[in-house]
Ligand binder design. Structure first.
Ligand SMILES: Cc1cc2nc3c(=O)[nH]c(=O)nc-3n(C[C@H](O)[C@H](O)[C@H](O)COP(=O)(O)O)c2cc1C
Length: 211
């Protein structure tokens, strides 16, 4: 059982550091990883399309394949319990009927609202230029990625978001369609063996204007 559950929101947020070196003996069960992903996928998304798709790389074979694509980030891949590869599905709207149908079934939304929303958004989504669609799904997948990192902390684990890997190869390497699944980031997850370093933040004044 995982005994390191943290429930203090400030500690979760302010104590997060990118961790580059993990205790290789610590594994995360698929049951707990499923819980982490289920909690993280409460993230908001554009018209609730939830375009995030995950590949959880937790086997020695998967890790070896990921390490080859991970450029200067092989230590995180090799020592972590798992690497979560986050993708954004350019055809996320295919799940619209399922998402809205379930919302009606569960009593979250009346049928007529579902029909209205689907008929309003379907033509928009189906005709969006690829670049606009990409922007939408990347924003949504970025939000879920952040939630993964915070939920991981609540489960007592550390993470590192990683953009330094072979984005040309990763989808096909793990059996996804390259044109459809846009790589977002990979996230290593496990127990820190070496604490992450604190990092400087620009003061709020430098990044904010008030009107
Ligand atoms: C999209 C993205 C890509 C990143 N890529 C890498 C990477 O390739 N390798 C790495 O060690 N850290 C990577 N980082 C981690 C950042 O360096 C780190 O978040 C930043 O320095 C702030 O430190 P902190 O996460 O400990 O607060 C990435 C972070 C983000 C958000």
């Amino acid at each position: 059982m995982n005994t390191s559950i943290i429930n203090d929101f400030k500690d979760i947020v302010l104590g997060r550091r990118s961790v580059k070196n993990y205790d290789p003996h610590v594994k995360i069960s698929r049951e707990e990883m499923t819980e982490i992903l289920a909690e993280a996928t409460t993230a908001p998304s554009s018209v609730n399309m939830q375009p995030w798709r995950f590949v959880v790389i937790d086997t020695p074979e998967g890790k070896a394949k990921m390490a080859e694509l991970a450029s200067f980030n092989t230590n995180q891949v090799n020592t972590s319990a798992a690497v979560i590869a986050v993708f954004a599905d350019m055809k996320c709207f295919e799940k619209a009927d399922e998402i809205y149908g379930k919302s009606v079934e569960l009593g979250y939304m009346p049928e007529d609202v579902k029909e209205k929303l689907i008929s309003a958004y379907k033509p928009i989504y189906e005709n969006l230029p690829e670049r606009d669609m990409r922007d939408i799904v990347l924003i949504d997948a970025g939000l879920v990625s952040m939630q993964i990192m915070l939920v991981a902390r609540a489960h007592g684990y550390d993470t590192n978001p990683i953009g330094g890997y072979d984005k040309q190869q990763i989808a096909e390497a793990f059996g996804l369609e390259k044109e459809r699944h846009v790589p977002v980031m990979i996230i290593s997850i496990g127990k820190a063996a070496t604490e992450g370093r604190p990092s400087y933040r620009l003061p709020v004044d430098a990044v904010t204007t008030w009107k």
